[in-house]
Design a protein around this ligand. Structure first.
Ligand SMILES: C[S@@+](CC[C@H](N)C(=O)[O-])C[C@H]1O[C@@H](n2cnc3c(N)ncnc32)[C@H](O)[C@@H]1O
Length: 252
């Protein structure tokens, strides 16, 4: 089972290597009317602030929950306007009806949703929203590239690894079912944002080192694959975005 503290041991690398979220995501949240100046946001698993900084830039007042002390420290320095609570989404104290929007960016698979969804329901105001998104590094709908074939070879060489519990990262319908279970939240919108990025060998090695299921040797092998393929690759990524509304009366 991957270690949720994996990222805290590499806070600076994480911050440098992970790509930003696409502009279309922020535009979509604004267009849905869930993000704007003065929006009170609670962000769970904020990491180094890759989502926090654009939320603050959009005018939101953000309370960020992050269990990793090194990441929390970096987040405080990077986005000083943010209130940072060091702790887990399952246990950190949150005031009742204190937030308009809860955000979970590339962190939902780390959370115990049986605990977190009722907590968020309590922490949000009536009419509040939950926005969940993540990076999928390798869009399954994109045509396979020589680099992706090399990546698939590295993953295959691991042999049988027990799957993580819960839906896979590309199972958007599975995540909708998981996030609406218990009746705390109802689906309002789903978007699948597709985007591409050019990466050199060092950027690939750094990025793949941040993946919790990748070893350092495998990340090195991915970097070497880029060198074999001419020193630069275009990667096609996917960002599923789910926006849910707080249910007035949980259907339990
Ligand atoms: C892949 S990182 C995403 C960080 C950031 N949201 C981003 O978009 O870059 C996952 C984050 O979830 C945090 N995390 C892991 N378990 C958690 C928990 N139980 N409650 C809150 N955050 C958690 C990790 O410390 C890490 O910062």
């Amino acid at each position: 089972m991957p270690d949720p503290m994996h990222f805290d041991g590499m806070a600076d690398l994480y911050d440098r290597a992970r790509p930003p979220y696409p502009d279309a995501l922020w535009e979509r949240l604004r267009a849905l009317g869930v993000l704007g100046p003065g929006t009170r946001v609670v962000e769970l698993g904020a990491g180094s602030g890759l989502a926090t900084a654009p939320l603050v830039a959009a005018g939101a007042r953000v309370t960020a929950v992050e269990p990793g002390p090194a990441l929390a420290d970096l987040l405080r320095r990077r986005v000083p306007e943010t209130t940072v609570l060091v702790g887990t989404a399952e246990s950190v104290p949150l005031d009742d009806a204190a937030f308009d929007l809860a955000v979970v960016a590339t962190a939902v698979h780390w959370l115990d949703l049986d605990v977190v969804l009722p907590r968020l329901h309590r922490a949000l105001v009536p009419g509040g929203h939950l926005a969940v998104w993540r990076h999928v590094f390798g869009d399954p709908a994109a045509a396979p590239t020589p680099f992706r074939e090399r990546v698939a070879g590295i993953v295959r060489a691991r042999g049988d690894v027990p799957p993580r519990p819960g839906p896979t990262e590309v199972d958007t319908a599975g995540w909708v079912a998981r996030l609406t279970a218990g009746g705390w939240f109802a689906l309002r919108a789903v978007e699948e944002l597709r985007w591409s990025v050019g990466l050199d060998a060092e950027q690939v090695r750094d990025l793949f080192t941040t993946f919790s299921e990748w070893s350092a040797e495998e990340a090195d092998a991915a970097g070497r694959a880029v060198l074999d393929l001419g020193g630069r690759v275009t990667e096609h990524y996917l960002t599923p975005l789910l926006v849910l509304g707080r249910a007035e009366v949980p259907d339990r």
